[in-house]
Design a binder for this molecule. Structure first.
Ligand code: UDX
Length: 437
């Protein structure tokens, strides 16, 4: 198939490279010249494991190109919309201006029989509205909604081998045709018996936000239990293990700690509430407000615990921050709980020196006022306390004895419950964590 991918961010760049890898002819389109320049040169504009290799291998086949020129979309059969839908400034709703701009720019170039496929996370009702724009410009074109479930850090794997595929299509013959085209796009995954759900626009849109709302709720549930563990001396990690053995509950997404962040979960649960309000069904999702509040309290708790570790005051203390990305294996600092805690510690008087294996450059752009180091040892040199905020493998594997020799004081806050407290205490550390005695 001849495919375009409009929007080459964390989602679009990976989707473009994977579609080329699967044998399609792909044109990635983005308004950002610098990003297009890097991708065209076979370089990833952000950290995502496996993406550089894919850009090189797919680029070498001649099947993967990048451009800023939307008119070049005219030849393609299928157009994926993969632009961002960030939270609007000052409100909960999603900002759809990038989606609208992409579809409006594309519409005049659609050929008869072309298919526009939305991948961005949008409020329910958006696909039907955009289908109107597509039809008005090219009556013989169709629109489908095909939500993306990829996780950053595993984006290549999730795109090449998705755990399910969802198509939201129009009623009638147009929808049938859209399904046939999407089946051709996803032939490899469907051939491997990937579950497929074919449904209408509204259901497909809601699948995505429901999945993210559920994941956010699961994380906040265990973090709420962590609050109770904190006041009772119980260990939330053991609770998660024990309830996770129940197949109905499952252990995944029950890691208590600093909570969720990133470009998806926080803004998606807010946009979902905003949309429910517009639809007159706000009561259905009031619990997501609580989910959000539990999540934000984790950050306050981490700052409070660090102050406790430092005997009551952050003023003038050197705090080494390990981890800035919203999760490991990513350089993404959008709504990162780690970066937020680092900033709060500094705002309350600590001298913060932060290190992250990949996210330092992005963090510097958002928080130039923090000090940054090039390694965990450099960040921790003579520190009064260490706070581990993103559970990168290299932090999980730190040797407590060797690391103890670097710091000024052996005090550590394990913000992700990813270290073995016994081992660290045995090496002389004062160890604190969220939801663990
Ligand atoms: C998420 C969804 O998983 C994905 O399906 C969707 O398409 C986009 O949003 P992503 O944002 O990449 O993906 O990250 P995810 O792995 O879901 O983690 C989200 C946040 O939750 C991270 O900040 C992570 O640290 C946190 N988290 C996750 C926890 O605090 N505890 C857990 O047990 C799991």
């Amino acid at each position: 198939m001849r495919i375009t991918v409009i929007g080459c961010g964390y989602l679009g760049a990976v989707h473009a490279a994977c579609m080329a890898e699967l044998g399609h002819e792909v044109l990635g389109i983005d308004v950002d010249r610098a990003k297009v320049g890097l991708l065209a040169a076979g370089r990833a504009p952000f950290y995502e494991p496996g993406l550089p290799e894919l850009l090189t291998s797919a680029g070498a086949t001649g099947r993967l190109e990048f451009t800023t020129d939307i008119t070049r979309a005219a030849d393609a059969d299928v157009h994926f919309i993969a632009v961002g839908t960030p939270q609007k400034k000052g409100e909960y709703a999603a900002d759809l201006s990038y989606v609208d701009a992409a579809v409006t720019a594309l519409a005049p170039h659609l050929k008869p029989g072309a298919l526009v496929v939305g991948k961005s996370t949008v409020p329910v009702g958006t696909a039907r509205r955009l289908a109107g724009i597509v039809k008005a410009a090219q009556p013989e074109a169709e629109l489908a909604w095909n939500p993306e479930f990829l996780r950053e850090g595993f984006a290549v794997e999730d795109t090449l081998r998705p755990d399910r595929i969802v198509y939201g299509v129009a009623e009638g013959a147009g929808g049938e045709r859209a399904k046939t085209q999407l089946d051709a796009v996803y032939a490899t995954a469907l051939g491997n018996e990937t579950p497929l759900v074919v449904t209408g626009y509204e259901t497909a849109e809601l699948v995505k936000v429901s999945a993210n709302a559920f994941l956010a709720t699961k994380i906040s549930f265990i973090n709420a239990i962590a609050e109770i563990a904190d006041v009772t001396g119980a260990d939330v990690t053991k609770i998660a293990d024990a309830i996770g053995y129940d197949a109905r509950i499952g252990r995944r997404f029950l890691n208590a700690g600093l909570g969720f962040g990133g470009g998806c979960l926080p803004k998606d649960i807010r946009a979902f509430q905003a949309r429910a309000g517009e639809l007159g069904a706000d009561q259905a999702l009031t619990f997501l407000r609580e989910v959000d509040q539990i999540n934000m309290r984790r950050r306050v708790r981490a700052v409070d615990l660090t102050r406790e570790l430092l005997d009551g005051s952050l003023l003038g203390k050197k705090v080494a921050v390990l981890g800035l990305a919203f999760k490991p294996e990513s350089d993404d600092v959008r709504d990162s709980p780690s970066l937020d805690v680092a900033s709060q510690l500094r705002a309350q008087g600590a001298r913060v020196v932060a290190y992250d294996p990949q996210a330092v450059e992005n963090a510097k752009r958002l928080r130039p006022e923090l000090d940054y180091a090039a390694s965990s040892a450099e960040a921790a040199a003579d520190a009064d306390a260490v706070v581990l905020l993103t559970e990168w493998k290299e932090f999980r594997e730190l040797d407590p004895a060797a690391f103890g020799a670097v710091v000024g004081e052996q005090r550590i806050l394990d913000g992700r419950n990813c270290l073995d407290p016994e081992q660290w205490r045995a090496a002389g550390w004062r160890y604190r964590a969220l939801g663990r005695p």
